[in-house]
Ligand binder design. Structure first.
Ligand code: NAD
Ligand code: MG
Length: 302
């Protein structure tokens, strides 16, 4: 079990002022962007997340593990005792290196298997390699995602529509299809939906469509695989301060006020998402499957 870290995630305080609030500096990167280029830096729980052995000895594959929500999940899982395969795009290696160092600092294994999830053959190979290199597969966390804002339906190219569908939906299908036969009873799959699954923004037509699909996929798969003792759930974040947003996920003019329209009047941080993934991965959530949980700053899911 890991040594307790100086805590700022566990002491009682006002959540409205716990993390940075708008206005944020205007900024932009080209997709997928790097976490290291964000201003202010997101909080992934590096200095705060405390593990309690909830995932001791578990073997986890996490996509999108280099940055944002996936990075926070990877840090939390390592501190809970899991060994981890990290997937991300090769261009994001400098972000991934920071996560690998943090996992190894916990005495856990961090295996980098970068590659493009739009490629079916790669998805299947990723699951097979993760299983072989970890010596099993207990947890699949699908975090990777593509989001490109466009104001008009006519501006969404077929290439963009296809890439968003492939990254967010097809990859999820390929990874789950490959993983389920390899998973033991007690294993868990956690998908990443969005508030956009239910309350789509006008600018996120294709993205919101994929996120609604992820909700249906999660519920249907959960009903199938519970016979094998495998649980499937989804996390649906609201606005979270990650590089997805200033790298084309939002129109640039929306970045300074990002998260300002939630009841909490600020975006969430990746560190505020990770504990829910830990709960859903751990045996503590043994009676929970086929559910979608919001982390939205006060905009409840329907
Ligand atoms: P992020 O940019 O840090 O993470 C997304 C990751 O997806 C990237 O790091 C990249 O590694 C991966 N990715 C994208 N295309 C890929 C491909 N073709 N092959 C392999 N990997 C690929 O941003 P994030 O906000 O942490 O996003 C994580 C998830 O959270 C996404 O599914 C996103 O849709 C979802 N989400 C984010 C928000 C938000 O406000 N940030 C809100 C709701 C849902
Ligand atoms: Mg990234």
């Amino acid at each position: 079990m890991s040594t307790p870290k100086p805590s700022n995630q566990y002491s009682m305080r006002n959540p409205l002022t716990q993390y940075p609030q708008p206005p944020f500096p205007a900024q932009g990167q080209s997709a997928p962007g790097l976490d290291s280029g964000m201003q202010p830096k997101p909080d992934h729980g590096e200095h705060s997340y405390q593990g309690f052995g909830r995932l001791q000895g578990r073997k986890a594959l996490i996509t999108g593990a280099d940055s944002g929500i996936g990075r926070a999940v990877a840090i939390a899982f390592a501190r809970e005792g899991a060994d981890i395969v990290l997937n991300y795009l090769p261009i994001e290696h400098s972000d991934a290196k920071e996560v690998i160092q943090l996992i190894e600092a916990e005495g856990r294994r961090a295996i980098a298997l970068p590659g493009d999830l739009k490629d079916e053959a790669f998805c299947r190979e990723l699951v097979s390699q993760a299983h072989d290199q970890l010596g099993g597969l207990d947890i699949l966390v699908n975090v990777a995602g593509k989001q490109v804002a466009r104001k008009q339906v006519g501006q969404v190219s077929s290439e963009q529509f296809d890439a968003t569908m492939k990254t967010n939906v097809y990859a999820l299908f390929w990874l789950c299809q490959a993983a389920v036969p390899l998973m033991p009873a007690g294993a868990t799959i956690i998908n990443t939906a969005s508030i956009q699954s239910y309350q789509p923004s006008a600018t996120l037509l294709d993205y919101a469509t994929t996120k609604a699909a992820i909700v249906a996929f999660t519920k249907a798969l959960a009903k199938q695989v519970i016979e094998r003792g495998i649980r499937v759930n989804a996390v649906a974040p609201g606005p979270i301060w990650t590089v997805l947003q200033p790298s084309g996920g939002q129109p640039p003019e929306k970045i300074p006020d990002f998260g300002g329209h939630t009841p909490m009047k600020r975006p969430g941080q990746p560190a505020e998402c990770a504990p829910l993934y830990v709960l859903l991965a751990s045996q503590e959530s043994s009676y929970i499957t086929g559910e979608v949980f919001g982390v939205t700053g006060g905009n409840p899911l329907p």
